[in-house]
Design a protein around this ligand. Structure first.
Ligand code: F6R
Length: 614
């Protein structure tokens, strides 16, 4: 959950590390630190709080000679977010420093052992215990690499670790187990980092490290070994086509706003090369899935927003794709010993491709002999590499911690998959519903682009009116239930206003007791088959003096009149396309409330972009 970067090359290392940490800040931002070598000695500078605090400290440090170093931005797992817990951490003798992303599960056992040998610890972290263990192993190992490997073989859990020691000047060591870590290979220099944007301005040549691998990096020279026996491992260098432009804010106030506004482009990219034909003969091609049998049942497993995308898509996979589909939250699925049959498939959905619970669910499914489809955004991520087949969502880098465009891309791809499986069905499949949906999706980018600017204005008006609420309900039925969950998730994570997403029909079974004039409701009342039911549910809320914002759609140029405090009118659209119009409305409302309240929109408190610990 932290961001890590290491550098060995010919340039001054510290500014490069800090620059890389800025691009990794979305992974964690409660404290940060760097270590570098100066005149044969390790220098460590760290600070609690945002990266700017570290930069202020570094401003008074002379570090221009160091051409190798390591840097870390932290999201606390063990110990408070204070300076002593910030990385890097040193061994007992202070001769080596490490940075770490992940959790060493048996750290207490190792710590007790080291305490008994007289070690003293300055922090509450599992990482410092690992640093001490490496130092301890160094005393009994022929070299640093061996000591690093021996210590890691004792560590259980997840880690991406980078090590620096003046014992081997200009050299860094890195290793990974169940946490992201990759190398960027430049000219006369080499980087190691949790994510590609950290080094993207310097190189696009990337080596993906696998679990159980250890790398030794010395400028342009790098070698990879198996952690188990230190035998050499052959690696290939991959070219990554991203540019930094794709990861910049494009003039928007926040990455989140930029990413919401990018959604028409995202849908275009998702559809490109995947739709063939026109009009009544429009079809989907998803070559990735061609060699894969049509599963008799699909189990969707994901977390957070990705789970909501799966919930939204279930109906389409069943009704259009003809595939019985069920859904699990990854952290539940992995511990409930699910029954999986070989002719079924598990589809894991993950923007980052690194979510620990989703990755564990993938591994469990494979262990049980089930094929796994990864619906993923980040190329080369752990889930993308371990899934039997990957369908990339192609949303581009998502920097804002709150996921927006990724959900749009996941929904697009699930709709395409539903149509694709429908096409492969051998029973009497009527393609007309599928063709209508595909035509609606093809028209969606232009429709979305046309509504987004006015949608932002309307969201800002409503935000002003409702930002003082302490709690919110989001109601919807059918696919709008998934959108209601997503709307509530966005509001709570960005603005810290309590929000609950509910299936409207469930309100009467308890939650309606909460309704009063201080507890407003955002009701998704789109023009679909369930509209009359939702209309009744809105009346039930109104009858209890509840304030209601209703998200409705025009039909034949006229919006329904529901007698609510605020109607937010979306244009007429196919029911599937309507979800794609409602999604940015919900995102923009949460964005505007959070921005109005002065919250840290791109980096909400307590959250991290990529949840690589369970
Ligand atoms: C919410 C959000 C999270 C993620 C969740 C899964 O805005 O971003 O709920 O959706 O942590 O992440 P991925 O999709 O990377 O597995």
């Amino acid at each position: 959950m932290c961001g890590i970067i290491g550098y060995s090359g010919h340039r001054p290392a510290v500014p490069l590390l800090v620059e890389g940490l800025h691009r990794l800040e979305y992974r964690g931002y409660d404290s940060s630190g760097v270590a570098f070598e100066q005149a044969g000695k390790l220098q460590v500078v760290k600070a609690a709080g945002k990266l700017s605090a570290l930069e202020s400290k570094l401003a008074s440090n002379a570090f221009h000679l160091a051409t190798a170093g390591i840097g870390h931005t932290r999201w606390a797992t063990h110990g408070l977010p204070v300076e002593r817990n910030a990385h890097p951490h040193l061994s007992q003798d202070g001769k080596l420093a490490i940075i770490h992303n992940g959790i060493i599960e048996n750290f207490q056992e190792i710590k007790d052992e080291l305490l008994a040998k007289g070690h003293t610890f300055l922090s509450d972290t599992d990482t410092e215990v690992l640093a001490h263990l490496i130092g301890e192993e160094r005393e009994h190992s022929p070299n640093l690499r061996e000591a690093f490997a021996r210590a890691l073989r004792r560590a259980h859990g997840a880690y991406a670790v980078v090590l620096l020691s003046p014992e081997e000047p200009g050299i860094i060591y890195a290793a990974r187990m169940a946490a992201p870590l990759l190398m960027g290979v430049g000219v006369g220099e080499c980087f190691v980092a949790s994510d590609i944007p950290a080094f993207l301005p310097y190189t696009r040549e990337v080596v993906f490290l696998e679990d159980g691998e250890l790398a030794r990096i010395e400028g342009s020279k790098w070698e990879v070994f198996s952690l188990a026996d230190l035998s050499p491992v052959e690696k290939t260098v991959n070219h990554v086509p991203w540019d930094m432009q794709a990861a910049a804010k494009d003039g928007y106030k926040h990455f989140m706003l930029k990413e919401i506004m990018e959604q028409p482009r995202v849908v275009t990219d998702c559809l490109s090369g995947r739709l063939v034909g026109q009009g009544d003969s429009l079809r989907v091609q998803l070559g990735e899935l061609d060699a894969f049998p049509v599963p008799s049942r699909l189990h969707i497993v994901a977390c957070g927003t990705s789970y909501n995308a799966g919930l939204w898509g279930r109906e389409l996979l069943e009704n259009i794709g003809g595939i019985p589909t069920d859904l699990d939250i990854a952290s539940e699925f992995r511990y409930r010993d699910p029954i999986l049959r070989p002719d079924e498939a598990v589809m894991v959905i993950s923007q980052s491709g690194e979510t620990a619970d989703t990755l564990a669910a993938l591994r469990l499914a494979k262990e049980k002999g089930c094929k796994v489809i990864g619906l993923c955004n980040v190329v080369g991520s752990s889930i993308a590499r371990e899934a039997d087949v990957v369908v990339y969502t192609q949303a581009g880098p998502e920097i804002s911690v709150a996921s927006t465009k990724a959900m749009c891309s996941q929904m697009t791809l699930i709709a395409l998959m539903a149509a694709y499986y429908g096409q492969r069905r051998t029973d009497a499949f009527d393609p007309s519903a599928s063709v209508k949906m595909l035509n609606a999706l093809a028209a969606l980018p232009a429709q979305l682009a046309a509504v987004l600017p006015t949608m932002q204005e309307r969201a800002a008006q409503l935000a002003l009116r409702f930002a003082s609420s302490r709690s919110f309900f989001y109601l919807g039925r059918g696919q709008c239930h998934a959108l209601a969950l997503e709307g509530a998730l966005k509001l709570k994570e960005l603005s810290y206003i309590h929000a609950e997403g509910y299936a409207s029909g469930e309100m009467k079974h308890g939650p309606i007791a909460l309704i009063d004039p201080q507890f407003p409701t955002l009701a998704l009342a789109l023009d679909d088959a369930l509209f009359p039911k939702v209309k009744s549910n809105i009346q039930e809320v109104l009858a209890r003096q509840g304030r209601v914002i209703a998200l409705v759609q025009e039909k034949d140029g006229v919006a329904p009149e529901l007698g609510v405090e605020e109607q937010w009118v979306l244009p007429e659209a196919h029911p599937v396309a309507a979800s794609f119009l409602a999604l940015p409305a919900l995102q923009l409302f949460s964005y505007c409330v959070a921005d109005y309240l002065g919250k840290d929109v791109d980096q909400p408190r307590n959250l991290a972009k990529s949840v690589t610990v369970e």
